[in-house]
Write a protein that binds this ligand. Structure first.
Ligand code: ZN
Length: 144
């Protein structure tokens, strides 16, 4: 992704190298998997909900730098938020990355705005977000 701004690139590479919340989550109450066969990205997301609060979130899996960094930053962005806030952030993030949103994202997530110039990468950047949303939709089902 040498086309991306250098600063943005270094943030993405940092999260790719040292992903945050990168582990299986014990006691999770929601779970989903995301796959992007175009790129080979594959992640599992776990959420621990306390009522409407996302008390904890973690992920595992593998994929390209964009997908992994995005998953890492997604977990940081929604931890401690409510389900409604996480859903709203998903919509906002999705629009910006797809190039359809002018809204400002929380500072760290702004690094993904540049992805909108690379349509094939949009799926990479949004994969974990879709999985998170899916997990929220089927929460309280059995978690593996
Ligand atoms: Zn990818």
């Amino acid at each position: 992704m040498k086309e991306l701004d250098e600063l943005y690139q270094s943030v993405i590479l940092d999260h790719n190298r040292s992903p945050r919340n990168f582990h299986r989550l014990e006691g999770a109450t929601a779970h989903a998997e995301g796959r992007n066969p175009l790129c080979g990205d594959q992640f599992e997301i776990w959420l621990k909900l306390d009522g409407e609060l996302i008390a904890d979130v973690a992920f595992l899996g593998q994929g390209c730098a964009i997908s992994k960094a995005s998953a890492s930053m997604m977990t940081q962005a929604i931890k401690g938020k409510t389900v409604a806030e996480a859903r709203a952030l998903f919509e906002q993030f999705h629009q910006v990355v797809a190039g359809a949103g002018e809204e400002k994202l929380p500072a760290k997530l702004e690094v993904f705005r540049g992805v909108s110039a690379f349509p094939i990468r949009v799926k990479c950047a949004t994969l974990s977000w879709h999985a998170m949303k899916q997990a929220l939709e089927k929460r309280n089902h059995a978690v593996p």
